[in-house]
Design a protein around this ligand. Structure first.
Ligand SMILES: NC(=O)c1ccc[n+]([C@@H]2O[C@H](COP(=O)([O-])OP(=O)(O)OC[C@H]3O[C@@H](n4cnc5c(N)ncnc54)[C@H](OP(=O)(O)O)[C@@H]3O)[C@@H](O)[C@H]2O)c1
Length: 342
């Protein structure tokens, strides 16, 4: 059977914040819903696609990063949850559900399987394999336990706290017996942090004229752990408020993603005076922990000890706007696109 395949194409390398017009929705060539014999590939129907800030990095012509840039004129690549329709690969069979790298299109032929995982059937929403149980959730888990070296009673600050990564970091911090404060960019997000996600305190950084003063207000005794998702001015303010032997997990710098002239960090001298450990990390450094992560987080979720907030957009056509929205803070929780029903 041949079908049309709707796709989102990456048009070309960009400067500055991404725009919807940097991507194009088109109906691709008709394709057969088959995996070619002898290819080792398998054909999937994409059910959910993930919008992640790191994808902005793939929109520039820079080959020195941990992941290569997108190819202009090609389908955008990203994490997805997909159903196998046909397979020439003995590890995957029709009907299997998988999560991993796929294309921003209705159907994808997948050759590279090293980043794909089979989803064991359970009663957890499938889209959570892009958030809570996917790459962002794993980032929170590995970053919190392996990089932050948390101790009961620690004072923890999380930026972009209501997002895909931040919301789990804060909840893990609470379960660990820590005091957790989050920052986010709207009063709705601040409210969710304090009510639904169980943070001790939260504030809207866009309403604070002086971030250093804001952090002093929420952490009169200083910060033990700063889980940094944003970089820029917030990192500088946090550096001024760290306690002796504090830890900064540098997870992301979303405030700097869209500029070719990233701003400098002023307060690094605090690293010396306060003997702070500041460590950048990639979730992929810790993949050996993935099975333990899945087991732990599924168990916590099933016991009702953690919750997860998603922002679900409907339809492949909505993906460019949803992706662009990440950089304006439009997403409330993990940004996911529902492409098709199971
Ligand atoms: N190291 C790793 O392996 C790894 C893996 C995954 C993600 N990350 C990083 O983790 C961070 C969070 O990712 P995520 O998937 O959880 O994204 P997210 O928080 O769900 O979405 C991005 C959020 O960033 C905030 N933001 C956007 N522009 C900003 C700016 N100029 N200044 C401050 N905040 C801004 C917005 O929230 P507000 O409304 O609160 O501003 C927005 O909702 C990103 O930096 C990402 O690159 C790192």
């Amino acid at each position: 059977m041949e079908v049309e395949n709707k796709q989102i194409i990456f048009k070309g390398y960009i400067e500055g914040p991404p725009k919807e017009t940097d991507m194009e929705f088109k109906v691709g060539k008709k394709i057969k819903l088959e995996a070619p014999k002898g290819s080792g590939a398998f054909l999937v129907k994409n059910l959910y696609l993930s919008c992640d800030p790191y994808m902005r990095g793939r929109m520039r012509d820079f080959h020195g990063s941990y992941i290569p840039p997108f190819t202009p004129g090609s389908v955008i690549e990203g994490f997805g949850v997909s159903k196998v329709l046909d397979s020439d690969n003995p590890k995957f069979k029709p009907g299997d559900l998988v999560s991993g790298l796929t294309g921003w299109e209705e159907y994808s032929l997948i050759y590279r399987t090293e980043q794909l995982r089979l989803i064991e059937p359970n009663d957890i929403p499938l889209s959570y394999y892009l958030g809570l149980l996917g790459m962002p959730g794993f980032t929170a888990y590995a970053g919190f336990y392996e990089v932050c070296a948390p101790r009961k009673g620690d004072y923890i600050f999380v930026s972009a706290a209501s997002g895909a990564v931040g919301q789990l970091v804060g909840q893990l911090g609470k379960l660990h017996g820590c005091y957790v404060v989050g920052s986010a960019g709207s009063s709705k997000k601040v409210d969710l942090l304090k009510t639904k996600l169980g943070f001790d305190e939260a504030f809207n950084y866009k309403e604070e004229k002086d971030l250093d003063a804001a952090l002093k207000r929420y952490f009169p005794e200083g910060i033990d752990i700063y889980f940094d998702n944003v970089g820029g001015d917030m990192l500088d303010a946090a550096l001024l408020n760290m306690r002796i032997h504090g830890r900064i997990a540098v997870c992301g710098m979303v405030s700097q993603h869209s500029t070719s002239n990233p701003q400098g960090t002023q307060n690094l001298f605090s690293l010396i005076t306060k003997r702070i450990t500041m460590k950048g990390f990639l979730q992929s450094d810790y993949l050996h922990l993935y099975p333990r992560f899945l087991e732990d987080v599924i168990s916590l979720y099933k016991q009702g000890k953690i919750v997860y907030i998603e922002d679900m957009n409907e339809g492949l056509e909505s993906a460019p706007a949803a992706f662009v929205g990440l950089f304006a803070g439009n997403n409330v929780g993990k940004q996911v696109i529902r492409v098709a029903a199971l």
